[in-house]
Design a protein around this ligand. Structure first.
Ligand SMILES: [Zn+2]
Length: 131
């Protein structure tokens, strides 16, 4: 996603346009047509390059927008709208390593012979989180 090739082509097109206005004073129609053809090719290439950069920028914006809706708390991600939790919790390891939202399973814990504190666990990577 580099805009420099497009800028270079636009610069080249401006030089060609300058050349054209000089030629127009004395040159034949046939020669003018050749230079106009070259100018058109350069502009089409610059347009193609700009469209590629625009597409890359749009994809990046979408990715950033979807990330903005996630909020990290105690190592877990929650989907939020404003400051309200609307989904989650999700595994932060899976989200950060593989960009995947894996819903964590809640284990309520146990009392008695084998006491255990409640925890969340990722069924994909096995990571545990304290609520
Ligand atoms: Zn995970």
């Amino acid at each position: 996603m580099d805009i420099r090739p497009a800028l270079a082509n636009i610069e080249l097109a401006l030089t060609k346009a300058e050349e054209l206005s000089e030629l127009a004073k004395e040159a034949s129609g046939a020669l003018l047509a050749v230079v106009i053809g070259e100018l058109k090719e350069i502009l089409l290439e610059a347009k193609r390059q700009c469209l590629a950069v625009q597409q890359g920028a749009s994809e990046l914006e979408e990715l950033l927008a979807s990330r903005d809706q996630l909020f990290k708390e105690r190592g877990m991600y929650w989907r939020v709208i404003g400051d309200k939790k609307v989904g989650g919790p999700f595994c932060s390891r899976c989200c950060e390593d593989r960009s995947e939202l894996i819903h964590l399973d809640y284990h309520p814990g146990a009392i008695g012979h084998h006491p255990q504190s409640p925890f969340y666990e990722c069924r994909h990577c096995g990571q545990r989180f304290e609520p």
